[in-house]
Design a protein around this ligand. Structure first.
Ligand SMILES: Cc1cc2nc3c(=O)[nH]c(=O)nc-3n(C[C@H](O)[C@H](O)[C@H](O)COP(=O)(O)OP(=O)(O)OC[C@H]3O[C@@H](n4cnc5c(N)ncnc54)[C@H](O)[C@@H]3O)c2cc1C
Length: 501
């Protein structure tokens, strides 16, 4: 690539929720971005019907929640389940089962509008075909794309595969994707005219499991998991409504064949994860990096959080402000999160989908979930609120955790909040001790980090910020450092934001 002009700093393949979120984050960090998307038009399919508590916080950190139409009153479900066993997630402070009833096509439309406003170049009908050699040790990547005007080459410093579970980027760049193969086929459909009784948590019958939830007037989302239905090959005929209706009748005895479907699809229990999230100048995010059973609605949300972890780091690399090793922390932090995602969705599948042989497991699970400590643990996993990045030994108890939203009053008397301070996607030094020395220490990082002096509004219960002089928060909302030591603060600024200017 030497001597050849790049078309953008970063090329992202795939304009699903993960690719679009990443594109916006990269623009906030000052990188130029091209997104190539195979589909000429969005699918319009409802797919993932919402997002988890942490994904909701992440959208809030960029001021995106009001775009989902209901602003701060977005409907959230305190009651959720783990493997079909219901419990109240609010046993963990700030946790809930997530925002529900928001079809994935709406989430994608919100993110696409935002990304375009930020100046992302989204090219629809552009299908990634291949990658030239040199991405492991060269100074850039070159890809071949099929476009409406013929085959073209594009060049960039980095390439990100956000192209879903069948990722062509993953295959072209030689990533390993081990895991367990699909053992069974399950169907989902948005059916019309079937007048179904809701089964929000799923209902087990001798022949399998079904779920049903109203989506809109006269439209229901159904999930049908017949026992013993083998996974079908990738080249098999598309699923039909007749097939779904037959499976529904086999399990429930109800005949819905007189109704219709807005769309039908099928999924499996395959669970795989890339062993590396980065190979040279190619990175993977979202379903391209991990696939799993859609239990608890965590896929889109995890992808969006992969994007928010990677975006500011990759932007810092291409704009020349990143400290050494920053980009590799993406794999270091997000690969363990992906492992826990596969672990918890597989465990849920065993409890949820197993036949009569899993009855004792379900009974034991119900007993365990009666304990608050177990509820807190499971709610932490599924909501994404328990994510604690490992920044090394020692440090403040908040280090590595996400900073929960907290109401603040600034030194100028303005009411704000920790989440609001993250809207620009920059680092934040929150000075809670009105300390000129701490502020002066951060002055050299003004190009990357905003400094706010404020007091935190009192809480009813225990205050995690009690006695904390200052916090350094990364653009993704995780606490990089907390304390009062100027030396420690300077180290943390250098570690996450590079050299002072
Ligand atoms: C039944 C079901 C329910 C679910 N419910 C939830 C839920 O409630 N909450 C949740 O968080 N998640 C849920 N999920 C999971 C969620 O749908 C996925 O995890 C999510 O779509 C992943 O987003 P992504 O952007 O990583 O990949 P995708 O959404 O798959 O996007 C990839 C994009 O890349 C494009 N592409 C592919 N190949 C190429 C190529 N060669 N060149 C250019 N473009 C290409 C595709 O056209 C696509 O637009 C559910 C999934 C299923 C099946």
């Amino acid at each position: 690539m030497e001597g050849t002009a790049a078309d953008a700093d970063v090329i992202i393949v795939g304009a699903g929720p993960t690719g679009l979120m990443l594109a916006g984050e990269l623009r906030l960090g000052g990188a130029s971005v091209i997104v190539t998307e195979r589909l000429a038009q969005p699918t319009g399919q409802s797919r993932g019907l919402g997002f988890t508590a942490r994904a909701m916080e992440v959208f809030d950190q960029r001021g995106l929640l009001p775009r989902f139409g209901q602003g701060e009153t977005l409907e959230i479900s305190p009651l959720g389940h783990f493997g079909g066993v219901q419990f109240d997630y609010t046993v963990l402070p700030g946790a809930h089962f997530g925002a529900r009833g928001i079809p994935q096509n709406q989430t994608e439309a919100v993110l696409e509008d935002w990304a375009r406003e930020l100046g992302v170049d989204i090219r629809r009908g552009w299908d990634f075909l291949d990658l030239s050699d040199g991405y492991l040790d060269g100074d850039g990547v070159e890809i071949t794309v099929s476009t409406p005007d013929g085959v073209q080459q594009l060049r960039a410093a980095y390439l990100v595969g956000a192209d879903g579970g069948q990722s062509s980027v993953r295959k072209a760049a030689g990533f390993d994707f081990p895991g367990t193969a699909a053992t069974r086929a399950m169907f989902l459909a948005d059916v019309t005219g079937c007048a179904l009784r809701p089964r929000f948590l799923g209902e087990r019958q001798p022949n399998g499991m079904v779920m049903a939830a109203p989506l809109a007037e006269g439209v229901d989302r159904i999930i049908v998991c017949p026992d013993g239905t083998p996974a079908r090959g990738r080249d098999a005929e598309p699923v039909t409504f007749a097939e779904v209706a037959a499976a529904w009748q086999h399990i429930t005895g109800e005949d819905i064949s007189g109704g219709g479907a807005e769309w039908v699809s099928y999924f499996t229990d395959a669970a795989r994860q890339a062993t590396e999230y980065r190979r040279g100048r190619v990175l993977l995010v979202g379903d391209a990096a991990h696939i799993h059973l859609p239990a608890g609605g965590q896929g889109l949300s995890t992808g969006v959080q992969d994007a928010v972890n990677l975006g500011w780091k990759l932007a810092a690399v291409v704009t020349g402000t990143a400290p050494d090793g920053l980009l590799d922390t993406y794999h270091g932090e997000r690969h363990p999160v992906g492992q826990r995602l596969l672990m918890n969705t597989s465990a849920q599948g065993t409890v949820f989908l197993g036949g009569a042989e899993a009855d004792p497991l379900r009974a034991l699970f119900s007993e365990l979930i009666a304990h608050d400590e177990v509820k807190r643990h499971l709610a932490g996993i599924v909501s994404g609120l328990d994510i604690a990045y490992d920044f090394g030994e020692g440090g403040h108890p908040l280090q590595g955790l996400r900073l929960a939203d907290r109401a603040l009053v600034t030194a100028d008397g303005e009411e704000t909040g920790t989440t609001r301070l993250l809207h620009p996607g920059r680092g934040v030094l929150l000075d809670l001790a009105d300390s000129p020395a701490l502020r002066a220490a951060a002055a050299g990082w003004g190009h990357r980090v905003d400094v706010t002096t404020a007091t935190a509004k009192p809480l009813d219960g225990a205050d995690p910020l009690h006695g904390t002089a200052a916090l350094l928060v990364r653009p993704d909302g995780h606490v990089a450092w907390a304390g009062d030591s100027i030396e420690e603060l300077t180290d943390a600024l250098r570690r996450w934001f590079g050299d002072a200017r």
